[in-house]
Design a protein around this ligand. Sequence first.
Ligand SMILES: Cc1ncc(COP(=O)(O)O)c(C=O)c1O
Length: 281
Amino acid sequence: MKDVYLNGHFLPADQAQVSVFDRGFLLGDGVYEVIPVYDGHCFELEAHLNRLQYSLDGVRMKNPMTPHQWQTMIAELVARNGGGDQSLYLQVTRGVAPRDHIFPIGVEPTAFAMSNPLQAVPEKYKQNGIKAITLADIRWANCNIKAITLLPNSLLKQQAQEAGAQEALLIRDGYLTEGAASNAYVVLDGTIYTSPKDEKVLPGITREVVIKLALENGIPLLEQAVTEQQLRQADEIWMSSSTKEVLPITELDHDAVGDGKPGPVWKQIDRLYQQYKKSIG
Ligand SMILES: Cc1ncc(COP(=O)(O)O)c(C=O)c1O
């Protein structure tokens, strides 16, 4: 049994308990982070802790720990769970209080962390690409906050899975926003397009790395949303997330994207991404 961290203590996962009055359980009142761990080292930890603070600020919630305390706790949890490659979750809720929409006063947040073995990205997804379907973006108006309230994302992913696809690409007001659990990219005439950082998308940490690598290597990239029509004319489509890295989407709504194979721009970015991962390990 893996250890987890809960409110200042490390304990076996099956012994960790949270009150039924926790606002995370009753109201979905919390935020979270997912951090990939490679060979015992957290990837882009500072950026993830900064985004956690950004999400906490976005929902007016106190950070239960300083960045240094998070780092120390995370290092211990990763070591307790055997190092290697892990996916690490941090969850913070507004704490335990009698049920009420109004924020409780003087209540400590609940802080929880767990890590599991990182599932390697299936090689066939990189060789052949994945399938996606388009769906209406039914989420709320603050998708820049990484909230634990994931019911819309869950409904969208389930619908994609039932359609035989691995991801849903979301359309809002005629524009592609992002995936149900990923940022999205479109390549048109050699330029990469990804939605700008605003309240319609999560500011993905993997997205930041992709942008940095593209710009450093002279690959044209614009932080600009594409229309649904442009999406359907794309030469390449990709998705990115911390645990899936950058994956090519080669089938959209049962039609081939470009020539139906992972494209040359994705291959270049994936190579740079793998090099970057190794260089900071
Ligand atoms: C809706 C959404 N957008 C984007 C991402 C990608 O973010 P990151 O690269 O930080 O994992 C995720 C990751 O889970 C997500 O759920």
